[in-house]
Design a protein around this ligand. Sequence first.
Ligand SMILES: [Zn+2]
Length: 243
Amino acid sequence: MTEIIKHLSPNQGPRRDGLRPSLVVIHYTAMQSTADALERLCDPAAEVSAHYLISGQGDIIQMVEEDQRAWHAGQGEWAGQDDINSRSIGIELDNKGTHPFSEPQIRALECLLRGIMDRWGIPPEGIIGHSDMAPGRKSDPGRHFDWARLARQGLAERANASALTATPTEEAFKAQAKNAGFTADVPIATLLSATRLRFSPWLSGPLCAEDMCFPAPLLPNGNKSPPEASPDQNRLTPQGSRR
Ligand SMILES: [Zn+2]
């Protein structure tokens, strides 16, 4: 595990209603440097923070203890739940949003995610982007963030290409997006931008069949329907390594 540097922020408080983290929200900082971002995330006047900040070199800085509530998510909802700050751990990646993420930074993120998921029993579907819970208002971690790479390692949900059908209706798209967690009430174009950022950043133009690649919904017993066979996933994610 990469060594974690502690630099605590005053911008934090207790989680409300005794909530435990069940989500991880990934952000980019959109600032000039890690030092600038750290200064802002620890500035009482800014009233923002996150649990972790990861530099482009892969250094992990912890600003808020995981059992405390950091101020990173703001207004929004996911899977019908609000006060995302009380339900999540926030990770900021030093990135301006206009360029790729570095390899050391993503490797540090993957290592950190494995630890968080283990400690709190968070499944892959609990790893989301800021734009997933605040569509239209936020666009981070943005189109350069490689969700598919996380998904291949069991660190995020896999898009489900086998669900592709004929060109969908807006109603069908909205219903499936809602099933997948996108429950915020936003116009269809805003929703489409958000789901594309997450699952198909190469798409543009009107709603199409490829937009229906949402992960398998929960079964009535609360489990996921089994994903399609993937030797790749089996190799990288040995059984029993993670809850
Ligand atoms: Zn953000």
